[in-house]
Write a protein that binds this ligand. Structure first.
Ligand SMILES: CCC[C@H](O)CC(=O)SCCNC(=O)CCNC(=O)[C@H](O)C(C)(C)COP(=O)([O-])OP(=O)([O-])OC[C@H]1O[C@@H](n2cnc3c(N)ncnc32)[C@H](O)[C@@H]1OP(=O)([O-])[O-]
Length: 719
């Protein structure tokens, strides 16, 4: 929808009206077409201003329409008609002008932006390119290098940066619509030819071919298999090398390919999944919209190791007062220095003052007495964490929320140490905690909706995508990682090498294969957990064979490496070898290959040829199967929660939507059939046994992912 008013006698004001972001739905496009015609036909009207209601210009094409049949006037001719208009058209940009919204503004003859507005062409993040002329007009307006930057990254730029680029003509701190109306009056009788961007030559640097080559190489390297960034470069290249009309034709062809690709569908699903996780619910029926958070002004972090430092930085940067506690003097001094460095570097990047004064350091837990919320980030040891929670419960005011950054321990056991177990939740950050977007907010059986709502809101305030999940070993992310890691080890036992498994997973789109990732995080981390669980050391009195523990297949390969002091990158040896401890350049290690040969010989394992398909299916489908179990158990409310966790926390390639969306893409019956096949071949590996929910979904005709919740509800009610 759009509204028309005549202002100051001679200006036709068109206001886009489609809450919440004035997306260009069919109705809005129809409104613009009709009202432009009206403005052009009224002789008193000398110029036109286009703005959006509620201080938001336009969030672009309506993404919800992409899934169905497109109706209403198409965007491209609508923008062409605006550009071709005989009266000046001014875009009054408040809030945002993104994607099709900015393309609409580029079709106008002038652009006035509020100083707080942000603009950008984020289509690439949805698996698309700016397909309403944006890939052709932007380089003509701001030059090829800047256009390539904006279009291939999709980043939003501030009004000040936009002015520097020449993307907007003026910025204002005042009422943008009023300023635009006055501007429109001033330019009412100015000639328009030079203002039609499509008629401009494309501004190219002299070495433009080299530039395109370099950008294409960079994009291919970082795209991890995503096709949209490559198409974006191709579209801008068309702008630089072809006349406008031919460039538009190329834009249309590239857009058509992207639009129907599985990647665009996955990325658009993921866009809505990110928003869906904010609408959390708990099995008790408590929900985001009926649970009010309590404001947090002052927080504390206990334990200033790697995680505690990152969490402190994240809180301080978001403006919270933080009490940072570390009982070891040496560790405290090191942490202070590290945190200050992180804050200073971050502030320099963002051009603001470092939030050093937000933090008070202390060695005594008593110093957290008056805080609203505490995040415990001590070593991952249940006995130690229990002690800390007992102390916190005694020291803090009764209303303080007590949170643990555990990556998988039982939240309920911690809650039981406190006076108010309903105020205890998990806040599982991912390293580095001030950078990684993901936060798992873990509720135990006693956690109150108030505590969950407060942790979710705090997560949002510090810039995280927070996902509420139930309490179980490893929560969602690490629980699903277990079968994935396990399969990778079994594949080594059966004949694969770490390099091959990693190559397959990296070709799939993971930033790092499973073995490179283990080397980076440190092999000793999992080893300590397995030792604590009694898994890493077979009990000789029980007579358990080395490759069978607690009644199921077990690979001791990781333990054997740790016993040799091979902890990964930090020791210069792990699944790979490194030039020196701490180096990041992984090289295949002949020692490891002989070690695997000897291991196989010792256990009478005959190496067989393992192909790409087997690596992918066994690693990914076992993980996906665990995802279905998690849904069945009610640990995650829906597939979106799992997918968001995996993309933001575990480098799952975003253009594949997340593990559960990927399962839907592959076809649930295929996932089921392959799991059955592998389970038959490996009956001692329970993680390969297809779970009940997966069978139920297949039996229900494999409904689209948006309908899974209905089947999940039925399955849970039968349990
Ligand atoms: C031929 C076509 C060519 C063209 O080049 C293609 C495009 O333009 S592609 C488009 C290029 N444009 C983009 O990529 C911009 C995508 N949007 C964004 O980046 C952010 O939403 C924005 C920055 C605008 C606001 O952030 P914020 O303040 O944190 O708020 P929020 O994020 O929570 O959103 C609030 C609500 O608005 C909803 N919604 C938002 N946008 C759209 C949309 N375009 N459509 C439909 N709905 C949209 C969103 O789902 C949410 O709904 P709900 O039911 O309440 O969950």
């Amino acid at each position: 929808m759009a509204q028309y008013t005549r202002v100051s006698g001679s200006v036709g004001l068109i206001t886009l009206q489609s809450p919440p972001v004035n997306a260009l739905s069919a109705a809005v496009r129809q409104g613009i077409v009709d009202l432009m015609q009206r403005a052009l036909s009224e002789p008193e009207v000398k110029s036109v201003v286009i703005c959006g209601q509620n201080g938001i210009f336009c969030g672009g094409a309506d993404i919800k329409e992409f899934g169905g049949q497109m109706s209403g006037p198409p965007l491209i001719p609508m923008i062409h008609a605006i550009e071709a208009a005989s009266k000046p058209v001014v875009a009054a940009i408040e809030g945002i002008a993104l994607g099709g919204g900015l393309e609409l503004a580029l079709g106008c003859h002038y652009r006035i932006a509020h100083s707080k507005a942000r603009v950008g062409l984020p289509e690439v993040t949805l698996g698309l390119l700016p397909g309403a002329g944006g890939s052709q007009r932007l380089p003509r307006l701001i030059g090829v290098p800047a256009a390539l930057d904006l279009i291939t990254t999709g980043r939003h730029v501030t009004a000040a940066e936009a002015l520097k680029f020449g993307l907007v003509d003026q910025i204002t701190d005042h009422n943008t619509v009023n300023v635009a109306v006055k501007f429109a009056q001033r330019v009412a009788d100015q000639p328009l030819d030079a203002r039609r961007i499509s008629t401009h030559p494309c501004l190219c640097p002299s070495d433009v071919a080299v530039l395109f080559e370099e950008v294409m190489q960079r994009v291919r390297r970082t795209a991890r298999g995503a096709i949209a960034p490559i198409a974006c470069v191709q579209a801008v290249r068309a702008a630089a090398t072809l006349p406008y009309n031919q460039g538009m034709e190329r834009e249309r062809e590239l857009m058509a390919t992207l639009f129907t690709s599985g990647q665009a569908r996955a990325l658009q699903y993921f866009f809505f999944a990110q928003r869906a996780v904010g609408r959390w619910s708990m099995p008790s029926g408590a929900r985001w919209d009926t649970s009010k958070p309590r404001p947090v002004h002052k927080a504390a972090v206990i334990g200033l190791g790697t995680m505690g430092r990152g969490i402190t930085v994240a809180l301080a940067q978001a403006g919270f007062s933080v009490v940072a506690v570390e009982t070891q003097e040496k560790q405290l001094m090191e942490a202070k220095q590290a945190i200050s460095g992180m804050l200073e570097r971050g502030a320099k990047r963002r051009g603001v003052a470092p939030a050093l004064d937000k933090i008070n350091y202390g060695r005594n837990i008593q110093s957290v007495a008056d805080v609203d919320l505490v995040i415990e980030a001590v070593f991952e040891d249940m006995a130690l964490k229990k002690k800390v929670f007992q102390q916190l419960s005694a020291v803090c005011k009764p209303s303080t929320f007590l949170c643990s950054n555990t990556s998988g321990l039982d939240i309920d056991q911690l809650a039981c140490q406190t006076r108010n177990p309903e105020l205890v939740v998990g806040m599982h950050f991912f390293a580095p905690a001030h950078v990684m977007k993901l936060l798992e907010v873990v509720y135990g059986p006693k956690s109150s909706p108030l505590a969950v709502a407060t942790a979710m809101q705090l997560g949002k305030k510090i810039g995280k995508v927070s996902v509420a999940v139930g309490n179980c070993r490893g929560f969602v992310g690490n629980r699903m990682l277990k079968p994935y890691l396990e399969q990778a080890l079994f594949l080594l036992e059966e004949g694969a090498t770490p390099e091959f498994v990693d190559q397959v997973l990296e070709e799939f789109g993971f930033a790092m294969g499973v073995f490179r990732m283990s080397d980076l995080s440190g092999l000793d981390v999992g080893w300590k957990v397995r030792l604590a669980d009694g898994l890493a050391m077979p009990d000789p009195t029980m007579g358990q064979p080395t490759r069978l523990r607690q009644g199921r297949r077990y690979s001791p390969l990781g333990d054997l490496l740790c016993e040799q002091g091979r902890f990964g990158q930090k020791t210069g040896r792990g699944w790979y070898q490194y030039d020196k401890p701490g180096s990041q350049v992984a090289k295949p290690d002949p020692w490891l290959h002989s070690f695997l040969d000897e291991y196989r010989a010792r256990h009478a394992l005959v190496a067989h040829r393992i192909d790409h398909q087997e690596v992918l299916e066994r690693c990914l489908y076992s993980m996906i199967n665990e995802g279905f179990r998690i849904l069945e158990d009610g640990i995650a409310a829906g597939p979106e929660d799992i997918d968001v966790i995996y993309v933001f926390g575990y480098s799952w390639p975003r253009h594949r939507g997340g593990p559960m969306f990927y399962a839907a893409t592959v076809g649930l019956n295929k996932v089921l059939e392959r799991l059955e096949h592998y389970y038959q071949a490996h009956p001692d590996v329970p993680s390969l046994q297809p779970c009940h929910l997966l069978r139920k979904l297949v039996a229900s005709g494999s409904p689209p992912i948006q309908k899974w919740r209905e089947v999940i509800k039925k399955v849970r009610s039968q349990l």
